[in-house]
Design a protein around this ligand. Structure first.
Ligand SMILES: Cc1cc2nc3c(=O)[nH]c(=O)nc-3n(C[C@H](O)[C@H](O)[C@H](O)COP(=O)(O)OP(=O)(O)OC[C@H]3O[C@@H](n4cnc5c(N)ncnc54)[C@H](O)[C@@H]3O)c2cc1C
Length: 426
């Protein structure tokens, strides 16, 4: 069969790999000039490693991704350091990445709240019954079982940070998935995620897959038993097509889909993200903390501060210290329209809160990355609203972050759904 895949993110590339190995003729269309999609990175000339545009790491539970890496023979290039994640409480940060550290965290006191926090965490880690959990919002479930205090101190800031105005609507299965599939050791690839994406793409090309970079697909239409992909003014016919874009883009590309499928695509909610990457002359966190969880009500202009070089040594970046300041935001938020300089003005004053010695002249360079599609928002009973991978159009398939539910989006699940789609197409 002649197969087209739209998107050279990890989902599209994983599907291409399996389809080619099954003997099909595969072409990937990618609108960007690079592979890797949302997990792609960039590199300064004096850096050995790339930096992900949006902070990325793997968990030790990311079986699909680690399995694929092993299959490709790159397992020796995966590193799993144990960087420090911290929680905010009354103007201070406390390490929060083990049971012992959770027990010592003063934010919940040392009485009943801590016990409730522990039991709820343990229950969520042990249960597999996410179907029951998706019937309730995380807000109401946590209020009931963890109690107001624990919910407001620990879980609500996470929901508000990730989902902004939708925080009360997110279902409890999302929270379950986050707690279930996470580890304290965090992984990366030698050279950065972009290095892995490039090695994977090189392997795909060696197998005979054509990857067309800078090739934006404009439409996919059924014609005489084939699917015609139109890109840059020319058209080509394929037997099957897999689309891995955001759902709203899928709807634009394929207007021939029946109305109820299109409606399902357009009704899916998601949050965007705005992430600033800074290279600094000095280390920001004297304590060497990697990930700072920041509650919105503490007044920070962003949700997370991530000092990448407290995870990956600064030597890979010519001695530069790399820091991310990022937020999940609904479409139309003013951060999407601010210039990089304007955004820096908003963010800079907060840096002193992480290190009082911070001065503006520590900043060597700034990059800002924005995406409208960063985090799907799963509402109550979301499993009923997920678009099927096999669409009602013969030969047309769709696999995106919005369909990996009940799991939260991630490159691991992009690989899983890409390979699942490939199995269905075969
Ligand atoms: C802020 C942020 C933090 C994240 N953190 C992590 C993390 O720590 N760990 C982790 O594993 N995951 C993380 N993720 C999620 C991860 O990046 C995604 O789950 C994964 O990259 C999705 O892969 P994909 O192939 O499904 O989609 P994408 O990577 O979005 O790939 C889709 C591709 O389609 C292309 N495309 C779109 N339209 C067209 C068109 N018309 N024609 C041709 N090509 C087109 C796009 O350019 C893109 O390359 C994070 C994401 C964000 C936004």
């Amino acid at each position: 069969m002649r197969i087209a895949i739209i998107g050279a993110g990890f989902g599209g590339m994983a599907a291409a790999y399996d389809l080619k190995k099954a003997g099909h003729d595969v072409t990937i269309y990618e609108s960007a000039n690079y592979v890797g999609g949302l997990a792609s990175g960039f590199k300064e000339s004096h850096w050995d490693w790339s930096v992900e545009k949006f902070y990325h790491h793997w968990f030790q539970s990311d079986r699909e991704m680690l399995g694929l890496i092993k299959e490709l023979g790159f397992e020796g290039k995966v590193l799993f350091p144990r960087p420090l994640t911290v929680m905010y409480h009354n103007g201070k940060f406390y390490p929060f990445d083990s049971i012992l550290r959770a027990l010592l965290f003063p934010g919940l006191g040392f009485g009943l709240d801590k016990i409730r926090f522990g039991f709820v965490g343990l229950y969520l880690r042990l249960t597999n019954n996410w179907k029951a959990l998706e019937k309730m919002t995380a807000d109401s479930w946590m209020m009931k079982w963890a109690g107001r205090n624990v919910y407001e101190k620990m879980w609500k800031p996470l929901l508000v940070g990730k989902f902004g105005p939708f925080y009360r609507d997110v279902n409890m299965a999302w929270m379950w998935a986050r707690i279930k599939a996470r580890t304290t050791r965090l992984g990366t690839f030698q050279g950065g995620f972009q290095r892995f994406a490039d090695l994977f793409a090189a392997r795909l090309r060696d197998l005979g897959i054509e990857i067309r970079l800078g090739a934006r697909v404009e439409s996919i239409r059924p014609e005489q038993g084939k699917l015609v992909v139109r890109s840059d003014g020319s058209s080509e016919a394929f037997d099957k097509v897999l689309v891995t874009t955001a759902p709203n883009l899928m709807a634009k590309l394929t207007p021939d889909l029946p109305e109820n499928y299109l409606k399902g695509l357009l009704e899916l909610k998601s949050m965007g993200a705005v992430v600033m990457v800074l290279s600094l002359k000095h280390q920001l966190s004297n304590e060497g903390y990697y990930w700072f969880n920041l509650p919105k009500e503490a007044g920070y202009p962003f949700l997370a501060l991530v000092e990448h070089t407290n995870f990956v040594p600064k030597e890979h970046f010519g001695g530069d210290h790399i820091v991310y300041a990022g937020d999940y935001l609904e479409a139309g938020h003013e951060y999407f329209s601010l210039s990089d300089e304007e955004l820096l003005e908003r963010f800079i004053p907060a840096f002193k809160k992480f290190n009082p010695a911070f001065e503006r002249d520590w900043v060597k360079k700034v990059w800002v990355f924005k995406t409208n599609y960063a985090q799907p928002v799963p509402l109550v009973n979301h499993s009923k609203n997920i678009p099927t991978i096999q669409t009602p159009i013969e030969g047309l398939y769709f696999a995106s972050m919005s369909q990996v539910y009940p799991w939260d989006r991630g490159t691991n699940f992009a690989v899983e759904i890409g390979r699942r789609a490939a199995r269905m197409m075969k």
